[in-house]
Design a protein around this ligand. Structure first.
Ligand code: GTB
Length: 214
């Protein structure tokens, strides 16, 4: 059964692969799992038919036979659990990789999204300029710790895992902020992720959607 995922019909990231269908595509590519994509408009996302799949009216979703999933992290975990290559076989190492998945979404990406929202959605608020340094500092606190843990290693805990996939995806959202450049080791970590053939295939696929938009 070929899974079907949803993605933006016209992504606001203009093909930069920053929306959350990207980690799902990347995981499917790492797993060697073919997939289909159903593109949805902003209006369609809020319709009952889509909300039946994604209660919050967002992308991505994942349908495979009778299974319907939402939340990109849960989808990547599902893919990683079903296919080789994204989680270690050893039970303890597997649990640690899952911890890194949660860390990516819950600890590192959280302040990044806060900053993103301030930059893109709150710029016209009178308090925004004063708040930005605080939000940037919160991101740097996380990057500092992440950089300290990564050290000279290629990946966070041994071989590349779904934890790295989500962590690299979270860090990519800093593109253009100038913050990541302050951490050459993390920039190199992101570049290693982006150099993976599976990432490149996923990136090209989402980019083609933007290029072919009506
Ligand atoms: N926690 C959910 C998950 O991980 O699946 C969050 C899903 C989510 O945020 N979806 C966004 C969405 O559908 C798209 S990815 N938004 C539409 C809406 O809420 O109405 C977030 C995103 C959007 C745009 C950019 N960008 O332009 O750079 C980056 C990321």
């Amino acid at each position: 059964m070929i899974p079907v995922i949803t993605a933006f019909e016209q992504s606001p990231d203009e093909g930069r692969g920053l929306a959350r269908d990207m980690p799902v595509r990347w995981a499917l590519e790492e797993a060697g799992q073919p997939y289909e994509v159903r593109l949805v408009s902003f209006a369609a996302m809020k319709e009952p038919a889509h909300r039946a799949l994604q209660p919050f009216g967002q992308i991505p979703t994942y349908e495979e036979g009778g299974l319907v999933l939402f939340e990109s992290g849960a989808i990547v975990l599902h893919i990683a659990g079903r296919h080789a290559g994204l989680l270690p076989d050893d039970a303890d190492a597997r649990a640690r990789a899952v911890a890194w998945m949660f860390a990516a979404l819950n600890t590192v990406e959280l302040p990044i999204v806060e900053l993103e929202q301030a930059l893109y959605l709150e710029r016209d608020r009178p308090w925004c300029e004063a708040r930005l340094p605080l939000l940037e500092d919160r991101v740097r606190v996380r990057l500092e710790a992440l950089s300290g843990r990564l050290g000279a290693a290629d990946w966070l805990d041994g071989a590349f895992s779904a934890g790295d996939l989500l962590m690299v995806s979270a860090l990519r959202r800093l593109a253009g902020s100038g913050i990541l450049g302050g951490y050459p080791d993390l920039s190199a970590y992101v570049a290693r992720g982006e150099a993976r053939p599976a990432f490149k295939r996923a990136f090209a696929a989402q980019r083609a959607v933007w290029a072919g938009r009506p």
